[in-house]
Design a protein around this ligand. Sequence first.
Ligand code: AHR
Length: 491
Amino acid sequence: MEKYLINPNQKLSKINKDIYGNFSEHLGRCIYEGLYVGEDSDIPNVNGMRKDVVDALKDMGIPVLRWPGGCFADEYHWKDGIGPKENRKKMINTHWGGVVEDNSFGTHEFFELCRQLGCDTYINGNVGSGTVQEMSEWVEYMTLDGTSPMADLRKANGHEEPWNVKYFGVGNESWGCGGHMLPEAYANEFRRYETFVRDYDSSKHIYRIACGANAFDYHWTEVLLQKACSRMNGLSLHYYTIPHEWHRKGSALEFTKDEYDITIGRAYKMEELVRRHGDIMNQHDPDKRVGLIVDEWGTWYDVEPGTNPGFLYQQNTMRDAIVAALTLNIFNKHSDRVHMANIAQTVNVLQSVALTDGAEMLLTPTYHVFKMYKDHQENTLLGSYITTPVIGTDGEKFPKLIESASVDENGVIYATITNASADEAAEIKCQIADFELGDIRAEILVGSPWDYNSFEEKDAVRTAEFGDYTATADGFIATLPPCSVVKFVIK
Ligand code: AHR
């Protein structure tokens, strides 16, 4: 039997709700069709935003949305996406699928989407192919109240009030698709561009995010912090879980038990990444002012057979749910440093929370994990520990169990535990220090690693009440089935 200890006396960091953020790029069917169908569509929509997806994301508790990319951000010229739609430029989306981008979803539409979602905004600016003036004018267009050339243009385009830009990314993957820069060169560019991201409303500081490392590139983090720490609020990190190699990533639906273990083992690398990038940050920023912003993470497989290779459309199984659950537990545990994260990407691209097919929509196993975990948002992380065997295959070993626990302002404790084993249950005994158990309830997401929701069977994987536990005076004893995510709500 594994021991699970929760200490409500050890109150740690606040879990920023934005850890549960999403990412939406002009890529494949994420924005167009996935989120935006246009006012004239037969698909039910409000001001062009599809209603089923918006309702589902609201229900999931989406706190923040990143837009417009990704690689697309460093080719995006925001003035192409404002004004009357019939006059907006049509161009080829050279990065993603070579399809026509008609710019019908632009700045106004993004803020309208976030208004409907009730979420905060994360805009990613263009450093790679844009100018300082272009970036500076975009910020002016979005946030300046009163009179100025850009504020007047916004008003002429029908939006009197400025919007609230919570986060602003200065370039994306500047070490790759965003310009193939060296860290020293980018650090300099960051300092220059960031200077002109003005806070027009002094009461609303825009949180500036510098482009951070590609996965294990610790040198990038070191240089950025050496050269520009004082000028940034956040530093990003991108890490994708790929079961094989870049040119043959593996199928989302057809995989062996070994491939399952490799995927889970690689997803667990997030812990090492957050810890080691965090260690470098601690040297330059011991007070943890600068956030580590994991603004792209998730699984990346080969596209579904027969779909456009540039659209990155993949299915989503319980394997993905386990990846999401363990990753979110890692983020919670490191919420002193991780201030925001954005799973890639919201709809129809990579590890999506929703998939659409014309007017049809389904929610993926990953969606259900986000919805289960939303109780952690804005809670206080508690000290907690679980004993666990290390399992896996020769290539990748990982802890079978991972958990995190938080407390809300009413003293209710939320504990989320992931059993990542594909085939072994786990018996656990939970004890909560200095605690007398009043009420307890639990919810589970469980299946075989290969289970998924299809348009024929949309609810094959969904959450259910969990009853396989016994309450004790100071906790519970439970049997967690293989490949499961369980949330306990304890009063
Ligand atoms: O999410 C897909 C792509 O992955 C993004 O555009 C880019 O930033 C990353 O390489």
